[in-house]
Write a protein of this length. Structure first.
Length: 93
């Protein structure tokens, strides 16, 4: 199994995004074109109904977020929102 936590410092610097706690990855209703591998940290997945956040999941190291956006060439509208729960390092594809 590929372990994202074993990426070299050079690969992390070149390919990964370093985010602070509370940073937004994407918002429900956004057009999606990318997915993310969580290298370090945690990301909160949720949806909103009438302005109220409804939690879906907390995603951590070696997990994937937003994979539906790259399954085919058709435009994809995000079903959920994602923000970093902690400082995080993500590989965006």
């Amino acid at each position: 199994m590929f372990n994202l936590q074993e990426l070299t410092a050079d690969v992390r610097k070149e390919l990964c995004r370093n985010l602070s706690a509370g940073d937004k990855l994407f918002k429900q209703g956004d057009h999606g074109k990318t997915m993310y591998f969580v290298v370090d940290g945690y990301v909160k997945i949720f949806y909103e109904v009438k302005g109220i956040e409804r939690p879906v999941a907390i995603v951590g190291p070696s997990e994937i977020i937003g994979e539906k956006a790259i399954l085919d060439d058709a435009p994809y509208i995000r079903s959920f929102s994602a923000t970093t729960k902690t400082d995080a390092t993500l590989l965006e594809v």
